[in-house]
Ligand binder design. Structure first.
Ligand code: PEP
Length: 255
């Protein structure tokens, strides 16, 4: 059985001070949390401070993006090695905001995933359809394209170690989460494609988490679905109590 995996995506919120205050308070609240993987993805500036604040606790840290090159003349970018040095163990790749606002493509997602794995960072690869794509009944085809191109060339072992976040774009930051039926169908499809393209072990071990308006009051109905292994949480992760509650309910639902 896969351990529930709950990640906070803080996007462009929280100063270093606010992020470290959150991390210290949150760490105290979840200090006994076993049987769950917890990750905080602060802005780059706060990564090191948050990593220090959660050191030797059940909480790990992620970058929100990265460049695929190790170093070079890429103003404004940050490499996997730099994230790792700052204390990250994970990195979010291909979030829909980066795809939509910063021209991220399946090809760049793939280059980043390969580079992250090469630097021993675990990628949290985001996939998901827009509202228009869902209304045109293209959801499963979009997921197929994003999985195939985004994970192109990865081995079964590498896919086994990954986290895939299914985030329907229409559910992110809108307060409108996917119904258990919609999420269940997408997650089962993703799992079956992983099995088909990367093998049974990869499909069984890869964490496939849901993202899109997850809150304390809807986490249970999602996490009990057989192919939903956790959540990527935006808005509700900015509040210590709300995020800790999501973690607690995920653990309860998993036992
Ligand atoms: C996200 O940013 O990945 C996300 C799921 O945001 P929210 O929880 O606010 O919908």
């Amino acid at each position: 059985m896969r351990t529930p995996f709950i990640a906070a995506n803080w996007k462009m919120f929280k100063t270093v001070h606010d992020a470290v205050v959150f991390a210290k308070e949150f760490r105290a609240v979840v200090k006994e949390a076993t049987g769950v993987e917890i990750v905080l993805a602060p802005p780059f500036t706060a990564l090191h401070g948050v990593a220090e604040a959660v050191r030797n606790s059940p909480v790990a840290v992620a970058g929100q993006d990265m460049h695929w090159e190790r170093e070079g003349a890429f103003t404004g970018e940050i490499s996997a090695g730099m994230l790792k040095e700052a204390g990250a163990e994970f990195v979010i790749i291909g979030h829909s905001e980066r795809r939509r606002l910063f021209n991220e493509t399946d090809a760049t997602v793939n280059r980043k995933a390969v580079a992250a794995l090469g630097a021993e960072l675990t990628p949290i690869v985001c996939i998901g359809e827009t509202l228009e794509e869902r209304e045109r009944s293209e959801t499963l085809a979009v997921l197929d394209r994003q999985i195939k191109a985004g994970l192109d060339g990865l081995t079964g072992d590498q896919v086994a170690s990954l986290v895939i976040a299914y985030e329907p774009v229409w559910a992110i930051g809108t307060g409108r989460n996917a119904t258990p039926q919609q999420a269940g169908e997408a997650h089962a499809h993703i799992r079956s494609r992983l099995r088909q393209w990367f093998g049974a072990a990869a499909a069984d071990q890869c964490h496939v988490i849901y993202g899109g308006s997850v809150k304390p009051d809807n986490i249970h109905e999602l996490i009990v679905l057989p192919d939903v292994d956790g959540a990527l949480v935006g808005g509700a992760s900015l509040d210590v109590r709300a995020f800790a509650e999501i973690v607690a309910r995920s653990r309860q639902s998993a036992v």
